[in-house]
Design a binder for this molecule. Structure first.
Ligand SMILES: [Zn+2]
Length: 147
């Protein structure tokens, strides 16, 4: 897939569509890396809020244990060398949620030491799907290893 400039993505009327971009991260949400993961209920197919120091139990169906996986859910603001910005969403279901282990959240040092260099400053290639929702146009990442 060739590299597309963000300017061309933003001006394209073709939605949905998929692109590859060469970008760097200029900002991210949420602010705390440990909040990049959320418990995900495999029954309800939805994420829910973490309760600190407590095994995750689904707020809708009360499932727990091996029914709960963790999901990476965060957003990045990326910029390309044309100085155009694009917000992108990362949603990826990970492994089983293991309470009391490092899977409770992303290992802080690994993320800050490893991914912050990846996350902020360096250019990397990202595959982006652009699509419409009721709230507007969104971009999500696919086939890209960020962490
Ligand atoms: Zn549930």
């Amino acid at each position: 897939m060739p590299i597309t400039k963000i300017r061309n993505i933003l001006s394209s009327k073709q939605i949905p569509n998929k692109y590859r971009c060469r970008v760097k991260v200029v900002d991210y949400m949420p602010r705390k890396f440990e909040n990049f993961t959320r418990p995900y209920c495999t029954i309800c197919k939805k994420t829910f809020d973490k309760v600190k120091d407590h095994e995750p139990v689904c707020v809708r169906c009360e499932a727990s244990g091996n029914k709960i996986k963790y999901a990476f859910l965060f957003s990045l603001l990326v910029e390309d060398d044309g100085k155009h910005f694009l917000p992108i969403i990362i949603f990826e279901i990970g492994k089983l949620w293991k309470f009391g282990t490092k899977h409770y959240y992303i290992d802080k040092e690994k993320v800050i030491g490893g991914s912050k260099t990846t996350l902020c400053g360096n250019y990397f290639d990202v595959c982006i799907e652009r699509y419409k929702t009721k709230q507007g146009i969104r971009q999500k990442v696919f086939d890209t290893r960020l962490i």
